[in-house]
Design a protein around this ligand. Structure first.
Ligand SMILES: [Zn+2]
Length: 295
């Protein structure tokens, strides 16, 4: 592409971000994970999760930072980590070391299954100057004055083995205690449930008034593997989005995208999957939402 045209497109995108709209981008990554860029109506930038990190791939270095730079973004107002699993926090270290990050949010979970690696990351965020917030049910996060971001789960006492002793493994315990966010922009509601399993989703369904559950956009819980049918029916969104690979060999659910499509299409919901559509961009003007995909 002609460089001048490219520059104009980049500038247009950067300007576009500050015109009072909310822009959410689900980043497509070559490895399994979740990384969502939130460009707020007031021009701020938050990350909800930061994708994975390994010897060969770092979502912070290889996907998130290049994306932010291309949009003219040089600092991050906040990173919210849904739960301490590597496919969600892997890219955060790179971002903390290479860009100013003002706030670092998680649930404060530090019980069973909590890792030393994550503990170091939480510590490192504070050493790098980020304000640390441990957020649980009932708290509100200050993403932007035009947005209401509420934490619906986990409860202050955390979901524990008593919640569902038969089903919660150590891995599942971390998932179920994901930071479960409800974001409202004008008339539009967007859900970010992290990897909350059925226990976490049922908790939110029980505690949240029905009218607050209706949504424009739902991030599929646990990459599309585990969306509770009642959560799908209660939210009945215009768009459901899964960040996942196309195929997981040996998994009970080999294609979460296909599972999600079967669950949501009967509700009239349009389903997007990062592996199929590339980066998925949702724009809200406070009344309507629109989706644009890379492929
Ligand atoms: Zn995950």
């Amino acid at each position: 592409m002609n460089r001048l045209i490219l520059l104009c497109l980049l500038l247009a995108t950067a300007l576009h971000a500050a015109d009072g709209k909310l822009i959410i981008t689900y980043l497509n990554m070559p490895k399994h994970g979740l990384a969502v860029v939130v460009q707020t109506p007031g021009g701020g930038t938050w990350m909800i999760d930061t994708g994975p990190q390994s010897d060969t791939y770092d979502a912070g270095r290889d996907t998130i930072e290049p994306f932010l730079k291309a949009r003219g973004i040089t600092q991050i107002d906040g990173i919210a980590i849904s739960h301490p699993h590597g496919d969600h926090y892997g890219g955060a270290m790179w971002l903390l070391d290479h860009m100013p990050v003002k706030t670092f949010v998680d649930t404060g979970y530090s019980a069973r299954g909590f890792s030393l690696a994550y503990s170091r990351l939480r510590q490192h965020a504070q050493e790098r100057g980020a304000k640390y917030i441990a957020a649980t049910e009932g708290d509100k996060l200050d993403f932007d004055s035009a947005l209401t971001v509420e934490v619906l789960s986990p409860p202050k006492t955390m979901h524990n083995l008593d919640s569902d002793p038969a089903k919660i493994t150590e891995h599942g315990l971390l998932n179920t205690n994901s930071l479960f966010l409800r974001m409202q922009h004008g008339q539009n509601v967007l859900f970010f449930p992290g990897d909350a399993y059925g226990t976490g989703q049922r908790y939110v369904l029980e505690k949240t008034p029905e009218e607050k559950l209706k949504a424009a956009v739902v991030t599929a819980p646990h990459h599309g593997f585990n969306t509770h049918p009642e959560f799908a029916a209660a939210t009945k969104p215009k768009y459901a989005i899964a960040s996942c690979l196309d195929f997981y060999a040996g998994s009970e659910v080999p294609s979460p995208g296909e599972k999600l499509t079967k669950q949501f299409e009967p509700l009239g919901t349009q389903v997007f999957v990062t592996a199929w559509h590339g980066n998925i961009e949702i724009t809200s003007d406070g009344k309507d939402v629109a989706a644009k995909t890379e492929k």
